[in-house]
Design a protein around this ligand. Sequence first.
Ligand code: NAD
Length: 485
Amino acid sequence: MSTTEVQTLSNLIGGRWVASTSGKSEPVYNPATEEILARVPLSNGDDVDLAVRTAKEAFKSWSATAVPRRARILFRYQQLLVEHREELARLITLENGKSYNEAYGEVQRGIECVEFAAGAPTLMMGKQLPDIATNLESGMYRYPIGVVGGITPFNFPMMCPCWMFPLAIACGNAFVLKPSERTPQLANRLGELMKDAGLPDGVLNIVHGAHDVVNGLLEHKDVKAISFVGSQPVAEYVYRKGTSHDKRVQALAGAKNHTIVMPDADLDYAVNQVLNAAFGSAGERCMAASVVVAVGEAHAPFLAKLKAAADRIKIGNGLEDGVFLGPVIRGPHKERTLGYIETGEKEGALLVRDGRTDSAVGGKGYFVGPTIFDGVTTEMRIWQEEIFAPVLSVAQADSLDEAIAMANRSEFANGACIFTKDGGNVRKFREEIDAGMLGVNLGVPAPMAFFPFSGWKKSFYGDLHANGSDGVEFYTRKKMVTARW
Ligand code: NAD
């Protein structure tokens, strides 16, 4: 397809598809083929202002709409998402590159967020105490906060937006979504289906673009809260700038997740899980296993089995049958990843499997094969920094204490996992590890719509996490009424 035939996407504002006024756009690529799928507008502050003013107007009647009526629209949305599950998964694979199975799983995670949000009548309930003193009662009432802005990354084009707008809207807010400029078509499809579900115009708006849209939302006086998911430096920037503009901010950031493999673990099972956790979605998951700390005699057999399993991985276009490992998102990200592999070698880590040599790597598409380093230490950049690609670091420790201490030296603390059959090990791990999401005998402790989700340390900026009861708290404010009759 030539670039002249390619469609430039529109923003969704007030229920209508409108062109950005910026006149600027950039290509959206299929990372498996390098084909241009569409062009995404790089919207400006005026586009943001129009969306926020429209949302503010829509908020007046939406926030006054009975909560069960709001919930009914989410029930219809849930049905539509289920009906369009295959189409949505295919679109995720086209734009993001992950395998169709992974994409299908992501759609399911997004649908669960809508299911949780459809419980709004229960979630929005307050509390009463009829007798705080003689003839004196007190009650807490929950209200929406106004216009909420959401800024999302490329790696979960459906799930991350679905952590935000269904619950925010169910709570009575109006929403302006700034999706990743690398996966914008999926966002528009989510918006279209929301219109089909009967959401009143202006309650969900989508403004495409990059920095200018983010800054427009952060600076706008009528945006009351910002939900952000993305890399650490941008999360920190969004948190600092958003809070300095008097907004409530939750900013979920980058990661370097450690997986501890104990000598008593079922190694075949652990290898299978780690293979998926490290190389699934091309390592572009915030919950990806990026460091394995093998304890004692687990190290040698684990590494041998892992290398053999990685050799069997099928690399290619995620829409093809049996493909497990798709491309990374863009050419520069591939170059950056290859740079990290060189760095690891220079730092003295042992390259056990070199993903640069896989046959898919030389051709079209941004492919990097599964890469495994052994002998990684905390002095190395490949241990310290988030690579966000199919590159796994393996380290050795003599004890669980040593393994936990290594994980806790990371400045990130999104997730951590342990493989063991010993309850005492699990308890020690649970109590002593610094991380927000823990997995026991599984590779990816994935976020669930009904539980709060986030990391600690530099993996999260804010107070209230995404999803579950924290999500409800984040998207609502409370009034206390004390009354004497
Ligand atoms: P990114 O930080 O590059 O982009 C995220 C969003 O911020 C995008 O919408 C982008 O347009 C915007 N943005 C990027 N640079 C900006 C800048 N300088 N100023 C203003 N806005 C900017 O992240 P990404 O590459 O899309 O996603 C991958 C990152 O997201 C990884 O670090 C991953 O760990 C993280 N992530 C974290 C979680 C979590 O739950 N903690 C979940 C998914 C992804």
